[in-house]
Design a protein around this ligand. Structure first.
Ligand code: ZN
Length: 187
């Protein structure tokens, strides 16, 4: 192929060989997102099995678990709002926060604090959204099993994707983030 400077380049792919219409937009390629898009946007209850009861029975890698405590555990959300979006769950299948035992409440609080420290250390985030959606009407995707969201935030982390396409661009792979957080979690 001959480039614009008139020199011959053998190994360079020629962009002119591809049909394209240039425009002003930049592209953010997130091909692994297709797994979620194909699977649908809602967490699936397979055979009415609760995903937060099943997760602790799997390996950390399979379930995206970052840390296992005594009464509760921490895992990455499969449908993250941002990279490092964590969930803190009690092991017990309990729906509402006021149904959790004193031990569960104390450990959820402690795990939330540690999650903030680990996320700050590993990803230098600027802030957090932390909270629980109680009941499906309040937006809980899995209303039957209590889970606290911890979403790290960075300046300028939001863009137009969620508005125009119902899609969030997540720049890092879940497995990679899980390993990093698990390694950084204090033992
Ligand atoms: Zn459950």
């Amino acid at each position: 192929m001959r480039d614009y400077d008139g020199q011959e380049y053998d190994d360079v792919e020629d962009a002119a060989a591809f049909a394209a219409v240039p425009d002003a937009f930049q592209r953010l390629w997130t091909p692994y997102r297709i797994a979620y898009i194909k699977a649908g946007s809602d967490p699936e209850f397979k055979n009415d099995v609760c995903p937060f009861c099943v997760a602790p029975t799997l390996s950390d890698e399979e379930a995206l678990i970052v840390h296992r405590g005594t009464h509760g555990y921490v895992l990455l959300n499969l449908y993250p709002y941002n990279s490092g979006h964590l969930l803190v769950c009690p092991y017990r299948h309990v729906a509402l926060y006021d149904q959790a035992s004193d031990e569960e409440v104390a450990e959820i609080a402690k795990l939330t604090q540690t999650a903030m420290r680990v996320l700050t250390e590993t990803s230098a985030c600027h802030g957090f959204n932390i909270g629980m959606n109680q009941g499906r009407i309040a937006g809980a995707g899995v209303a039957e099993h209590l889970h606290q969201h911890i979403v790290p935030r960075w300046a300028l982390d939001s863009n137009f994707f969620p508005i125009v396409a119902g899609t969030k661009a997540i720049p890092r792979l879940l497995g990679e983030v899980r390993q990093e957080l698990a390694d950084a979690w204090p033992s």
